[in-house]
Design a protein. Structure first.
Length: 402
RNA sequence: GGAGAGGUUCCCGAGUGGCUAAAGGGGGCAGACUGUAAAUCUGUUGUCGGAAGACUACGGAGGUUCGAAACCUCCCCUCUCCA
């Protein structure tokens, strides 16, 4: 039958790059039904509005969502404004900033504009889970909570670990998976996508849906992108991320800073370069016909071009190899009558947090004025001539005096 | 409610009343090396100060003492066992 063939083809496409899939049969059935009845599936994915930046890690997931859209399905893009209030309590000593309503809306908005670099806005519905979660009264909440038990909750990796090592787990944290699962009930989701770290929550959704008499959603996870440090997952809070709105130069440079090993991971998850080409590159490096650096340059070009276009990517590459980039950040500074201590200047333009840190930078030989190493900690600037200031390997800019 | 163990700098973790801005590790940063990579090595890692030095820090508030992260009191928080 025709529909079978089509289903199989689509299934293969959707399965590529997926880590977990529960279950393939169900997904096949849903696809079949779509082909028969024409009713698009609701593909759900949730996003935490605690920060407003989308980074490359998110794009792995979004590419998959886009794939569903291209096959005619609809994406329910859930802004977790209600669940954000539960938050992630691992950093207990840090008082987590409670976001105001406005901040969340703000984040959601900038988030969306970034997301639509990848997603099809026509086929995306942005929904806030407070819409239904805030309507749950106490009785309904109890009912929801009764659908799951503690032993199973403790199966979740991070709960299990914290329980074992004797760390605190607040009761309300148990509500997080339930709330997220309830989102699926409220949306009657057909499919939910998430990173592999979400697997537990996604499966709770399946369970809850059948408890509420719905057909359980298909659950699919995509691999987590490792951050620039090569160890932890890419995340804003670890500061090891590349944001999709970052300037081309920075994006290029950041990709270049990853390790050679990590490069292959990025090739697989972030580019459309076919596997056999990737294998060929690895081979070339093995027998010394290709320099790994060149492979990384191509990777950086690919990623940068995706968000900034080809020409900008090429320019970023040139800048990367130039001693001093052509489009330096400019720092206008007012020069006081008595002159300005270099230390103060460094702090003033935000290159270091404190003067002590700036002093260290100079003492350790990481500070340059117009490519001239600065050795005098007490250096005072008296002339209004502008110069290029470099502090450490990353902070560089032109200082203009007035 | 009862018994016990704890809360130390970004994180983990040591700390005898003065020699402790506080060992050690991790992480970060800088330098060397290199491919403006990784790995490795070295240094550095509270603030102000050119420096000498000063100031602020060991859950919170008081107290003892010439002197407290360390001793006492109360409070807050976490964990374990019992109920």
């Amino acid at each position: 039958m025709m529909s079978d063939e089509r289903t199989r083809h689509e299934l293969d496409q959707l399965k590529s790059g997926i880590v977990d899939l529960y279950t393939e049969e169900e997904l096949g059935k849903k696809l079949d039904r779509f082909h028969r009845e024409g009713k698009p599936m609701v593909v759900k994915a949730g996003f935490d509005p605690t920060s407003s930046d989308i980074h490359l890690g998110h794009t792995v997931l979004m590419n998959k969502m886009r794939q569903f859209q291209d096959l005619g399905h609809r994406v329910a893009y859930v802004v977790g404004d209600a669940t954000a209030m539960i938050g992630d309590p691992t950093g207990r000593n840090k008082t987590r900033k409670v976001l105001t309503r406005d901040e969340i809306l703000d984040h959601a908005k900038t988030y969306a504009t970034q997301a639509f670099k990848i997603l099809d806005p026509q086929k995306t519905e942005m929904v806030f889970n407070s819409t239904w979660l805030f309507k749950l009264d106490f009785m309904k909440l109890i009912d929801l909570a009764s659908k799951y038990n503690v032993a199973r909750m403790l199966e979740r990796e991070d709960f299990k670990n914290r329980f074992k090592s004797g760390d605190s787990i607040s009761v309300h944290e148990f509500l997080y998976p339930l709330a997220q699962g309830y989102d699926s009930v409220a949306l009657k989701a057909d499919v939910e996508l998430g990173g592999t770290d979400q697997i537990f929550n996604l499966l709770v959704g399946r369970k809850l849906q059948s408890d509420y008499g719905q057909e359980p959603q298909v659950v699919m996870t995509v691999p987590l992108l490792v951050g620039l440090d090569g160890v932890q997952k890419m995340s804003k809070s670890y500061g090891n991320y590349i944001g999709v709105t970052e300037p081309a130069d920075g994006m290029f440079a950041k990709v270049m800073s990853i390790s050679d090993d990590l490069m292959w991971n990025y090739y697989e998850l972030l580019t459309t370069v076919p596997v056999d080409e990737i294998a060929a590159m690895k081979n070339g490096i093995q027998n010394d016909t290709i320099h790994p650096r060149d492979c990384k340059v191509n990777l950086a070009l690919f990623i940068t071009a995706r968000f900034h276009g080809e020409p900008a990517a090429r320019e970023a590459k040139e800048n990367f190899y130039r001693e001093i980039p052509s489009n330096l950040a400019e720092y206008p500074v007012t020069l006081p009558d008595g002159g300005l201590a270099l230390l103060d200047l460094i702090v003033q333009i935000g290159f270091t947090e404190s003067k002590a840190e700036a002093r260290r930078m100079i003492q350790q030989g990481g500070t340059y004025i117009d490519a001239q190493k600065v050795s005098d900690v007490a250096l005072k600037i008296t002339s209004k001539d502008s110069f290029v200031l470099k502090v450490g390997k990353k902070k560089i800019g032109r200082v203009n005096f007035s």
